[in-house]
Design a protein around this ligand. Structure first.
Ligand SMILES: [Zn+2]
Length: 840
C-alpha cells in the first residue's frame, strides 16, 4: 500500500510540474482519498491598511478511504458520498487527469450574451503570479521538486489546495493536552511516542465522529483543540497550486497527524477575495466567487467530496461588519478599544468552495414598521435546543449532522430569519424594493420545495465591481446593485434564483463540477416557479409569463450556440467518465480558468430547458411532488446527473413508454453540443403565447411609426397619435431586442421609444437593450445612459464594450476607453481581461 501511495504522491508532483500555466485548466490537487478534512477552525485578523488577512487554520482529518487498514473502500472514514466513488474507481490508474469543469456551483454570473473573447484562455498572470513558490520555506525551494523527493521519498505527503498564500509555519496540534479530552480516549495509558501519536489521532477520530445531537459539545472541543499547543513542526513546501506537508518517517496517511495548524497570510493580489470600496466609498473585502474559489483565502481540500464543517473567528476594526457563511447571526465581541471579534460556525458539512465572507461598513436595513406578519425570529439554536431535538436515525441519506429536514419545527418554517445589509447610500432603495420581497420569495420557495435547508439568511448588496447579478452561498446571498433598479421584477427573479440554490447547488451539490447544470439549470427553472408563487399569479398568468421567459431564453441559447466553441456547449463534457478522480483524489477542472466560459450561459439555459421539458411531459403536479421527494432523499449529498434521472424515471414508470429513458435524455441533452433536438420541436409554441403576440403587435406599430417619421422628417412635424400598450419588463426586453434587428431607426423614433416607456427608469435588463440601441444607431444625445450603465451595472456591461468598439466610431470608442479607465482598477480580473481584449 505504501508503495502505491508513494507513486500517487509522485504522480501528484508530476501533474503539477507538467501543468502548462498558459492552459485554462485548473487542477484540484488535494489527495482527499488519503486524508479527508472534516472540520476547519479559522482564526483570522483582517487588516485593511495592508490588505492582508493573517492568522491560523486548524484542520481536523480522518484518514481517507484508500488508507484504511484492510478495510474496504467506503468503510469507516469515507462515510460521505465519496464512498461510492471509491468503490467504483478503486482500480483506476494513478493520476489519470480527469476533466472536470467549473467554478463554484453557486456562481451565477450575468452572462446573458455570448462574449466573443477570442483567444482569451487564461485568467492567470503570464508572469506566473499564481505561484507562491517564492514564499516556500520549511523544506527548501518548492521550485525544485527533486529536492522534495530526495528528502522525503519514503514519506507520505499531505497535499492541500492553495495558491497566492504565504505559508509561515505548519505544526502538529497536541489535542491530548486539552483538559477534559480524556473522555474521548478509550485507553488512558501512554507509554511511548508512538502510542501518544495514536492517542492524538484517536481523539480526533472520536471528535469528528461524535453523534449529531452532540454538535455543541463537538464545536466546543474543536475550539479547545484548535487552541492546544503544538507538538512538533511539520515539513512543508508550496507549489503553484498546492501546499505539501509531510512528517519525517511517517509513510502512511493513517499515521499522519489528524490535527494540524497552519500559520499563513493572504496576499493583496490573491484572487479569492477582492479588496475594494463600496458605493459609499468605504473600504471592504469580499469573496467574489472566483474560479479558484477559496484557495487564496485558506489552504483547503477543494474537491467537493471533502465536505466539512467550519468555524471562524475574525478580528477587525470596529467600524466593520463581518458577514459569513455561518448558521448563527453573530454578534461581535469587543476585544479592546476599536477592535471587534466575530464568530461564526456551521454544523452542516459542505465543500470548502461554498465558504463565503464579506467585511465592510455595511448598514443593516430594517423594516420601518410591520414585522409581525412573518415568523422570522426562530433562531437555529432555539429550534435545536436539546429538548426538542428529534433526530430520526437513518431517515436522511447524508452523514449525521443536526439536519433541519428531521426537525418538524424547522420543516414548517415558511420564512427563515433574514437580515439585509447594504452600503449606506443604498439603504433606502433596499428598504423600498428588497425588504418585502425576501419573505415573499422565501415562502414561495417553501411552498414549492418544502423545508429550507439553511436556518437563516443574510442578503448583502455587494460593491459595484461584483461581476454577476447574484451569488448564493450557505446562509448568505450577494446581490448586485443592478437588481435594485426599475421595479421589483428583476430583484424578485434574481432573489428567487439565489434562494433556489439553497436546495440545488448547496444542499444538493454536483459531485463533479463539470455538471454545473445541476445547480444552474435547476435554479433557473425554479426561479420562474418561485416568482410566480411569490407574486400570487393565477395559473394562466404564470404560464404566460413563463412562456415569454422561455422565448427570451431560447433566443439567447440560439445566439450563444452560434457564437461559442462547440466543446463549451456540452453539459456533461466528461460523458461517462463524469465523477472520476485519480487514485489519490486529484483531478483537473477542464476550462476551469477559461474566461470565455465564465461569460457563457449555456449550462443555465440547456439545463433549464431540460427540466422544463420533463415537467411538461410528466405534468407539473407530479413533477413537483417528485422534486420534493428528490430533495428529501439527496439533501446533504453530492450527485451526478444520472442520480436525478434514474430516480425520476423509476418514480414515474409509465413515462418510460414515451421514449423517455435515461440514455436518451443523456444523449440528447447532456452529452452533445448545439441545441438539443427535442427543444427544436418545442420552441415553435412560444411565439404564439399571448404576451409574445402582444409584443409583436407593438413592434409592428413601432416600425410603422419609424417609417412615417422618416417620410415626414423634412415636412412639418406632427405628433403621432399611436396608442402603445403597457408592457411588462420581460416584454420590453423582447420589444427592444426585436427593434434591435431593424436596420434603421431614426432619432425621433428612439426619442419617442424612450419617452413612451421611461427607459432610463427601467431595470438593468431593459436598459441594457436600450444601450445597445443607442450604440447601434449612434444616438449621441443618450451616450450618458451608456456611460452610466458601464459604471453602475458592471455585472452586465462587458458585452456593451464590444458593441462600442465594433462600429469603429471614434466617439463610441472614446466612450469605451473613458469608462474602462474609470472602472478598470475595480473590475474583477476576468472581466477586465475580456474588456481589455476588446479595447486594445
Ligand atoms: Zn437530513
Amino acid at each position: 500500500m505504501t508503495e502505491n501511495l508513494q507513486s500517487c504522491c509522485l504522480a501528484n508532483w508530476k501533474m503539477e510540474m507538467e501543468l502548462d500555466p498558459a492552459k485554462d485548466d485548473l487542477p484540484l490537487m488535494a489527495n482527499t482519498r488519503h486524508m479527508l478534512v472534516k472540520h476547519y477552525v479559522l482564526d483570522l485578523d483582517v487588516d485593511f491598511k495592508s490588505q492582508v488577512i493573517e492568522g491560523t487554520i486548524v484542520l481536523f482529518f480522518e484518514p481517507g478511504s484508500r488508507c484504511k487498514k484492510g478495510g474496504s473502500a467506503g468503510e469507516g472514514a469515507c462515510l460521505s458520498q465519496s464512498d461510492e466513488t471509491c468503490k467504483i474507481r478503486a482500480s483506476e490508474p494513478c493520476h489519470s487527469p480527469v476533466t472536470n469543469v467549473s467554478a463554484r456551483s453557486s456562481k451565477t454570473g450575468y452572462n446573458d450574451f455570448a462574449v466573443c473573447a477570442k483567444g482569451e484562455k487564461d485568467t492567470s498572470d503570464k508572469n506566473g503570479n499564481h505561484s507562491n513558490g517564492e514564499q516556500a520555506s520549511g523544506i527548501s525551494s518548492s521550485k525544485n521538486c527533486c529536492d522534495i523527493e530526495n528528502h522525503g521519498s519514503e514519506d507520505f505527503l499531505l497535499v492541500l489546495d492553495c495558491c497566492d498564500l504565504s505559508v509561515l509555519k505548519v505544526e502538529e496540534v497536541d489535542v491530548a493536552a486539552v483538559p477534559g479530552i480524556e473522555k474521548f480516549t478509550r485507553s488512558a495509558k501512554l507509554t511511548d511516542a508512538e502510542e501518544l501519536r495514536n492517542l492524538r489521532n484517536q481523539i480526533v477520530h472520536e471528535l469528528v465522529t461524535l453523534p449529531a445531537d452532540r454538535w455543541r459539545e463537538q464545536l466546543y472541543y474543536y475550539t479547545r483543540c484548535s487552541q492546544a499547543p503544538g507538538c512538533g513542526e511539520l515539513l512543508f513546501s508550496t507549489g503553484t497550486w498546492s501546499l505539501m506537508i509531510r512528517k519525517a518517517e511517517v509513510q502512511a496517511p493513517r499515521d499522519f497527524p489528524c490535527a494540524i495548524r497552519i500559520w499563513y497570510k493572504t496576499k493583496p493580489e490573491g484572487r479569492s477575495v477582492t479588496w475594494t470600496t463600496d458605493q459609499s466609498s468605504r473600504p471592504c473585502v469580499y469573496t467574489m466567487g472566483s474560479p479558484i474559489n477559496n484557495r487564496a483565502l485558506f489552504p483547503c481540500q477543494e474537491p467537493p467530496v471533502a465536505m466539512s464543517t467550519w468555524q471562524t473567528t475574525v478580528r477587525t476594526a470596529s467600524c466593520f461588519v463581518v458577514l459569513m457563511s455561518g448558521e448563527n447571526s453573530a454578534e461581535p465581541a469587543q476585544l479592546q478599544e476599536g477592535l471587534l471579534s466575530w464568530y461564526y460556525y456551521v454544523t452542516m458539512p459542505m465543500p470548502a468552495s461554498t465558504f463565503t465572507i464579506a467585511i465592510g461598513c455595511w448598514t443593516e436595513v430594517k423594516q420601518e414598521s410591520h414585522t409581525a406578519d412573518v415568523r422570522t425570529n426562530n433562531e437555529f439554536s432555539s429550534l435545536f435546543s436539546r429538548a426538542d431535538l428529534r433526530l430520526i436515525e437513518g431517515s436522511c441519506g447524508h452523514v449525521a449532522y443536526p439536519c433541519r429536514f428531521q426537525n418538524p419545527a424547522a420543516s414548517s418554517q415558511l420564512v427563515i430569519p433574514h437580515r439585509v445589509f447594504a452600503p449606506w447610500c443604498l439603504k433606502d432603495r433596499c428598504a423600498e424594493i428588497l425588504l418585502e420581497l425576501i419573505p415573499q420569495c422565501l415562502s414561495a420557495a417553501h411552498a414549492t420545495l418544502g423545508t429550507h435547508p439553511f436556518s437563516r439568511l443574510d442578503v448583502l448588496i455587494v460593491p459595484s465591481n461584483f461581476s454577476s447579478l447574484g451569488m448564493a452561498s450557505p446562509h448568505i446571498i450577494f446581490l448586485s446593485q443592478s437588481v435594485l433598479t426599475g421595479g421589483s421584477h428583476l430583484c424578485g427573479t434574481r432573489l428567487c434564483h439565489e434562494i433556489a440554490h439553497a436546495w440545488f447547488g448547496l444542499a444538493i451539490g454536483a459531485r463533479d463540477w463539470t455538471e454545473e447544470w445541476i445547480s444552474e439549470g435547476f435554479a433557473t427553472y425554479l426561479e420562474d416557479v418561485f416568482w410566480a408563487v411569490a407574486q400570487q399569479l393565477p395559473h394562466d398568468e404564470a404560464r404566460e409569463q413563463q412562456e415569454l421567459k422561455a422565448l427570451l431564453r431560447w433566443r439567447r441559447l440560439r445566439d450563444e450556440v452560434q457564437n461559442s466553441e462547440e466543446e463549451l456547449q456540452v453539459l456533461r463534457p466528461n460523458k461517462e467518465n463524469t465523477g472520476e478522480v485519480s487514485e489519490s483524489g486529484t483531478c483537473i477542472i477542464k476550462h476551469g480558468l477559461n474566461a470565455e466560459k465564465i461569460f457563457m450561459q449555456v449550462h443555465y439555459l440547456k439545463g433549464y430547458f431540460l427540466l422544463q421539458s420533463l415537467a411538461k411531459r410528466i405534468g407539473e403536479a407530479t413533477y413537483f411532488e417528485f422534486l420534493r421527494k428528490f430533495v428529501q432523499k439527496f439533501h446533504g449529498q453530492l450527485i451526478l446527473s444520472q442520480d436525478f434521472l434514474y430516480m425520476l424515471l423509476e418514480d414515474i414508470p409509465e413515462q418510460k413508454g414515451y421514449g423517455l429513458s435515461v440514455e436518451n435524455i443523456i444523449r440528447a441533452w447532456l452529452d452533445t453540443s448545439g441545441i438539443p433536438k427535442p427543444l427544436l420541436e418545442e420552441c415553435q409554441t412560444w411565439d404564439q403565447c399571448r404576451l409574445v403576440r402582444q409584443v409583436n403587435d407593438e413592434v409592428t406599430k413601432w416600425i410603422q411609426v419609424n417609417q412615417r417619421a422618416r417620410k415626414r422628417s423634412k415636412r412639418k412635424r406632427r405628433q403621432d397619435e399611436v396608442a402603445f400598450q403597457k408592457l411588462l419588463p420581460d416584454q420590453l426586453v423582447l420589444l427592444l431586442e426585436s427593434l434591435l434587428e431593424e436596420k434603421t431607426l431614426c432619432l425621433r423614433t428612439l426619442q419617442c421609444l424612450e419617452k413612451t416607456y421611461h427607459l432610463d427608469e427601467q431595470d438593468s435588463e431593459v436598459r441594457h437593450r436600450w444601450c445597445e440601441l443607442v450604440v447601434k444607431h449612434k444616438y449621441t444625445t443618450r451616450y450618458a445612459d451608456i456611460e452610466k450603465f458601464l459604471k453602475e451595472d458592471q455585472a452586465m456591461g462587458v458585452y456593451l464594450y464590444g458593441e462600442l468598439m465594433v462600429n469603429e466610431d471614434a466617439k463610441q470608442q472614446e466612450l469605451a476607453y473613458k469608462c474602462f479607465a474609470a472602472t478598470q482598477k475595480q473590475m474583477d480580473v476576468s472581466s477586465a481581461k475580456v474588456v481589455a481584449e476588446m479595447l486594445f
